[in-house]
Design a binder for this molecule. Structure first.
Ligand code: U2P
Length: 287
């Protein structure tokens, strides 16, 4: 029989089968979540801290998948606008210089992360704990903020969290060329990862991620991923390549004790390797 001439009962049966198929297949392709430019599904991004995890898990102290130990390149922070308000780190009177400092130890879900968790016990950070953490996290405001936002989600007390953070940081060897360099450097993100792998035999390539940004693609941070007990482990979706540094070369400003005399274009020219290939365009920042 020709399909165009179905009897009423068969037509109704076909229509209801089609309705079931639509319900099972879900919404039309036009409403499927789109991948946006930083690599996160946009509908997921909007709810990454609110809805990415099931309700019972969300922002529950101690319930997360891995840690990111985040090391910040202090000279980049100090050469940006935030550095102007941060004399302890960026405008030292005692000549002390910072290179990689600890930004935080972040409990992460495979995608997204918990923050500001409720935990039993006080979240007050005693002054003496702040004072003895300043050598690796040189900002009182940062120490308090990081514990409230991330430390509470570790499930650890302030003492235990900062002790763990210090231990994990001390187990990472910083390659020599990133220890208080006097000169500007241009380094590809992959080269920085190789430098770390070279002096940290327990790390593998997928356990590290590099972020950059701002004028001349400055090195901002590296994430080193750890299990809950502090063993190096593969990073998760938060360190997805799309979200990290995509530049072919990063500008790494030198370590300085004060903002005065921020790197000049001559220093950058000196550091720029001579190559017949086009180099990244460096937009001067404050000189
Ligand atoms: O990226 C902007 C800020 O979001 C928080 N962040 C980012 C990525 C990630 O994987 N986990 C995470 O917590 C950081 O917030 P902060 O600790 O600085 O307040 C990051 O700086």
């Amino acid at each position: 029989m020709n399909g165009r001439f179905l009897g009423w009962p068969r037509l109704l049966a076909r229509l209801s089968a089609m309705a079931c198929a639509v319900a099972l297949l879900g919404p039309a392709p036009s409403s499927v979540a789109q991948q946006d430019d930083d690599g996160i599904i946009s509908s997921y991004k909007d709810r990454r801290n609110r809805g990415a995890e099931p309700e019972y898990r969300r922002n529950t102290a101690g319930d997360f998948d891995y840690y990111a130990l985040v090391l910040s390149w202090s000279p980049t922070h100090c050469s940006g606008p935030a550095g102007a308000d941060d004399d302890m780190q960026c405008n030292r009177q005692d000549g002390k210089r910072y290179s990689f400092i600890v930004h935080g130890l972040w409990p992460q879900y495979q995608r997204g992360w918990p923050e500001n968790c409720n935990r039993t016990g006080s979240s007050f950070i005693p002054e003496q704990l702040i004072d003895r953490t300043l050598d690796i996290m040189p900002s009182k405001k940062l120490i308090i903020h990081e514990y409230r936002k991330h430390g509470t989600c570790s499930g650890l007390s302030p003492f235990a969290y900062f002790e763990f953070l210090r231990k994990e940081f001390s187990e990472i060897t910083i390659p020599d060329k990133y220890n208080n360099p006097f000169e500007s450097q241009f380094v590809a993100p992959g080269e920085l990862v190789n430098d770390f792998l070279g002096v940290n035999p327990d790390l593998k390539r997928d356990m590290l991620a590099v972020s950059c940004g701002g004028a001349g693609n400055r090195l901002k941070e590296i994430h080193i991923c750890l299990t809950k007990s502090g063993q190096p482990t593969a990073c998760g979706g938060n360190e997805n390549a799309q979200r990290m540094c995509k530049a072919s070369a990063m500008f790494i400003p030198p370590a300085r004790s004060s903002r005065v005399g921020a790197e000049t274009s001559e220093a950058r020219d000196k550091a720029m390797p001579k190559s017949p290939l086009p180099m990244p365009r460096v937009i001067p920042w404050g000189d």
